[in-house]
Design a protein around this ligand. Structure first.
Ligand code: ZN
Length: 87
């Protein structure tokens, strides 16, 4: 049990590092070619629009969290603490 949970944590940490270092991964639908073969005709992949790379799932989750955090915080947090009016 300890080995399995350690392996899972190491895998998650490795995936987080991978998402931080390389946020884009090869498209899974076209296997990184940018083209799909449909009825013996090559068409541009609809998933990646021919760019051959897509944003990794972990990076997408991180970006979503950042957007949510930014939307929920004040745009210009005041750093100076204003005291009471009589101070
Ligand atoms: Zn693709």
């Amino acid at each position: 049990m300890l080995i399995a949970s350690t392996a899972l944590l190491l895998y998650a940490a490795g995936y987080a590092v991978l998402c931080a270092v390389s946020p884009f991964g090869p498209c899974r639908k076209c296997a990184g070619t940018g083209l799909r073969e449909l009825r013996k005709r090559a068409k541009v992949c609809r998933r990646c629009h021919g760019q051959r790379r897509r944003l990794r799932l972990g990076r997408r989750v991180l970006n979503s969290g950042r957007r949510t955090h930014a939307a929920g915080t004040r745009p210009n947090p005041t750093t100076e603490k204003k005291g009471t009016p009589w101070h």
